[in-house]
Write a protein that binds this ligand. Structure first.
Ligand SMILES: Nc1ncnc2c1ncn2[C@@H]1O[C@H](COP(=O)(O)OP(=O)(O)OP(=O)(O)O)[C@@H](O)[C@H]1O
Ligand SMILES: [Mg+2]
Length: 370
């Protein structure tokens, strides 16, 4: 199939910040953009050429997006597979519904990874407490994100705490004692070629990504192993587009796969400004059939810090305090309601100040709060 020609419309299923950043990148490549979301105020619908208001799980609304678009992609992996299959009959859709069918359900995803021999922490279906390996994390099989729908249990006596989360089907996972969390962001084109960004190192707070730095502080051979694992996973899935593979680095330097996101990813935001071609542009390139672009860090290092709703507790954060950081750039997603924990924006630091900023991100956020 030919690459999508300039002036054609890329339609995005979902209207969050990831969709907004994909749409901005698509515009720089000469494409028109459309997006579907239930709210006209959603980050992407505010900026696309053709905003379509409707639920992403409504096949008729999704078909309306398809009709307004020449090619489709998505920014959220939990769109029902039936809806994806419907729109894929109307317009080319990347990634394919079959990829999402594997990813959407944690148990299906884990079984897929196990079947292909990828290393994971011991896990199972959490129907009864029998067989759980403590300390354990119980996770909803579907619709969990940012650490939601999860419950951590130190020992068997904690088991009753899981009652609430177990109201929906869950998996159990043995808690991993890790040295670091890393992620590999890669893009895979329609022709199967891949482009991989430098491995990123992530810090989480309460199950939510807090900050990322690249490159990760890991030995070269471990980074190469992580990249090889991620590329193999994208190939096994037949993925097209950007994909993130979250991994745990253990104290013995071995790696376990945590989870796979078949889309642009928060831990790849450092590529905005950090690399010649950001993950968002790379995603557009991959799904539109354009050649993939450069993934090297332009200035050797980059960092990203998330700005969550709680930062607005005392009103607008003191943005002027960011000005002292060389290579800083603020990104806000246009969300009006700063609920605690909601991802409102992020800032990136590119160049020599990045590593130090990653280390002092907590203090910086405290200062910004005023
Ligand atoms: N088995 C585990 N052992 C140790 N820590 C874990 C485990 N599973 C999850 N975590 C911690 O919780 C975080 C969030 O978990 P996970 O990635 O499964 O959730 P999520 O809700 O899909 O989050 P997100 O969408 O932000 O990636 C992980 O990044 C890690 O810090
Ligand atoms: Mg995760």
């Amino acid at each position: 199939m030919e690459p999508l020609a300039q002036g054609k419309t890329l339609g995005i299923l979902g209207g969050g910040q990831l969709g907004r950043l994909i749409a901005e990148a698509a515009a720089t490549l000469g494409y028109r953009t459309a997006a579907l979301d239930a709210s006209a105020k959603s980050p992407a619908l505010q900026i696309v050429d053709i905003p379509i208001i409707g639920a992403v799980d409504d096949p008729l609304a999704a078909l309306e997006l398809a009709e307004a678009s020449d090619l489709l992609t998505l920014e959220w992996e939990l769109i029902p597979v039936g809806v994806l299959e419907t729109v894929a009959k109307a317009r080319p859709l990347y990634p394919a519904p079959s990829v999402l069918a594997v990813i959407q359900d944690r148990l299906t995803q884990k079984n897929f990874l196990a079947r292909h021999g990828f290393p994971q922490t011991p896990y199972g279906e959490a129907t009864t407490a029998a067989g759980w390996k403590y300390p354990v994390i119980i996770k909803r099989r579907t619709h969990g994100y940012d650490g939601k729908g999860q419950c951590r249990l130190e020992s068997e006596s904690d088991a009753p705490k899981a009652a609430e989360v177990l109201k929906a089907p869950c998996v159990w996972e043995k808690k991993v004692d890790f040295k670091a969390e890393i992620s590999v962001i890669l893009a895979r084109g329609r022709d199967g070629k891949t482009a991989v960004y430098p491995v990123a190192e992530n810090a989480h707070r309460d199950g939510v990504l807090h900050a990322t730095r690249a490159p990760a502080r890991i030995p070269r051979d471990v980074a190469a192993k992580a990249v090889a694992l991620a590329v193999k996973i994208s190939e096994a899935l037949g993925h097209v587009g950007v994909m993130a593979v979250e991994m745990f680095l253990l104290h013995d330097e071995s790696l376990l796969v945590n989870e796979v996101a078949p889309r642009v990813h928060n831990s790849g935001h450092y590529t905005l400004g950090g690399c010649a071609v950001s993950q968002f542009e790379q995603h557009v390139r991959a799904v539109c059939g354009l050649p993939l672009g450069g993934t090297d860090l332009l200035e050797g290092q980059a960092a990203m810090v998330n700005l969550l709703g709680g930062l607005w507790d005392k009103g607008e954060p003191k943005w002027s305090l960011l000005d002292e950081i060389p290579g800083v750039k603020l990104h806000l997603y246009g969300k009006s309601d700063a609920r605690p924990g909601r991802k409102m924006g992020h800032y990136t630091v590119v160049g020599a100040a990045a590593d130090a900023e990653f280390a002092r991100a907590d203090a910086r956020l405290e200062a910004l709060r005023g």
